[in-house]
Design a protein around this ligand. Structure first.
Ligand code: SF4
Length: 420
């Protein structure tokens, strides 16, 4: 939006006239980092206009009002109008334009269509909000109820990306699997239900788009229709990021997660049996209240048994509005750190094992960039359909193209390949 109006986008380290800090509040650490960035921006240019938006601004704008130097605190729904809001600001005052999230009923596209696209990949948001209220999670309070973007609107953006010859579309949502459940009968009827699989089918028909990737999906949405979509639509990437959070049933119940470990295990096995090269990645939370050694070991063993390709590990932190805050048996920071390290080590070895399995096999890589190493040798870097980061030595001039390669070497977080 700024670019379209002739503003020059500069690096954060350079002195700017306007700073926009898009904050996160998913953990206490995210809050701390958001505040740190705001203070850094203020110090960089005391005369600059400082705009703070995103989830931390949405949920804790009262805290932010205490920081001197912020010009505008805009909620998530106000992101699209930051420019016009900036034009009407009184000097030396902090203006707050935050709408309560619980009142949000209609999907508003807070990311201008096309603004998140590279030449190779575009992130297309189709859903916002969540109704699940996991006991540790602040998201439903900040993002509001689950809302889906209209099919027409999605189609319009996909069509524009197709014209720009973007190769890969990544579908985003706070709770992506819930897509369509709230759409009214003009879009969704009992016989023609609108859901994520329908959106995949729609995108599959666009000629220039060669890959469709799902950002993250809860296990409860891994239904028969989605499995069929994987089999029917070759453009759908063989990668699923499915948050497990804990591999222990007691902890899952306390977390208010809508599944147990048996369900999760069976679902993953069902998908893996039908899609043999499927990469499963996940989010795991350590140090949730009452997570004893046995519970943690259950998580560790389940991640290992499922041969996940990679996991993201988060440490539990109390969030004021969340029910888990009231649980008494909190876990020490030291234990959280140790458990987190154990899982990260496991993730590294699982990732290596996963990549190693494809050595000698042919696959296709979407080339994302060219990089020069220390010796001045150029190589291309890209990603396979099943989310393996690949380096192709000596390959040039292929950014934005899909190239056929054979994987030759495996490391813990990438593979080395040769063009075939
Ligand atoms: S499903 Fe995800 S976004 Fe929704 S409450 Fe649970 S953790 Fe938060």
């Amino acid at each position: 939006m700024f670019k379209n109006l002739g503003y020059q986008i500069v690096d954060f380290e350079e002195k700017a006239d306007i700073y926009v800090i898009n904050t996160c509040t998913v953990t206490k650490e995210a809050d701390r980092k958001s505040k740190q960035m705001i203070r850094r921006a203020i110090q960089q240019n005391l005369k600059a206009k400082i705009v703070v938006t995103g989830c931390y601004a949405q949920s804790d704008y009262q805290d932010l009002q205490g920081i001197e130097g912020i010009s505008l605190i805009a909620g998530n729904e106000g992101k699209n109008t930051i420019l016009s809001q900036l034009n009407n600001l009184p000097p030396h005052q902090t203006v707050v334009t935050v709408e309560p999230a619980k009142k949000l009923r209609k999907y508003e596209n807070s990311i201008p269509p096309g603004s998140t696209s590279l030449h190779t990949r575009a992130w297309v948001k189709i859903q916002d909000g969540c109704n699940k209220f996991c006991s540790y999670c602040k998201v439903p309070y900040v993002r509001g109820p689950a809302r889906s973007r209209s099919i027409k609107d999605i189609e319009k953006e996909i069509s524009a990306l197709n014209d720009k010859e973007v190769k890969e579309v990544v579908l985003l949502g706070i709770n992506l699997g819930a897509y369509g459940a709230d759409l009214d009968t003009t879009e969704s009827t009992a016989t023609k239900k609108v859901n994520l699989s329908k959106i995949i089918a729609l995108i599959n028909d666009f000629k220039n788009i060669e890959r469709i990737r799902l950002s993250s999906i809860e296990s409860i949405y891994l239904d028969k229709e989605l499995l069929e979509a994987f089999i029917k639509y070759p453009k759908l990437c063989h990668h699923l990021h499915i948050p497990l959070q804990s591999g222990d049933d007691k902890i899952l119940r306390l977390m208010n997660r809508p599944y147990n470990t048996t369900f999760f295990y069976q679902k993953i096995q069902e998908f893996k049996e039908n899609i043999p090269d499927l990469a499963i990645t996940s989010d795991i939370m350590v140090g949730f209240p009452y997570e004893d050694e046995a519970s943690f070991n259950n998580t560790y063993n389940l991640v290992k048994k499922l041969e996940m390709a990679k996991i993201h590990v988060f440490q539990y932190s109390d969030r004021q509005e969340c029910l888990a805050n009231l649980l008494i048996d909190k876990i020490e920071q030291k234990t959280k750190k140790e458990r987190s390290e154990k899982l990260l080590n496991l993730s590294r070895s699982l990732s290596y094992n996963f990549i190693k399995k494809w050595i000698g096999l042919k696959t296709r890589v979407l080339v994302e960039k060219e990089v020069k190493d220390r010796e001045g040798e150029i190589y291309s870097q890209g990603t396979t359909d099943n989310y393996i980061k690949v380096i192709i030595p000596k390959l040039t001039g292929k950014v934005g193209k899909l190239v056929s390669v054979r994987l030759e070497e495996a490391y813990s977080n990438y593979g080395i390949a040769k063009v075939t």
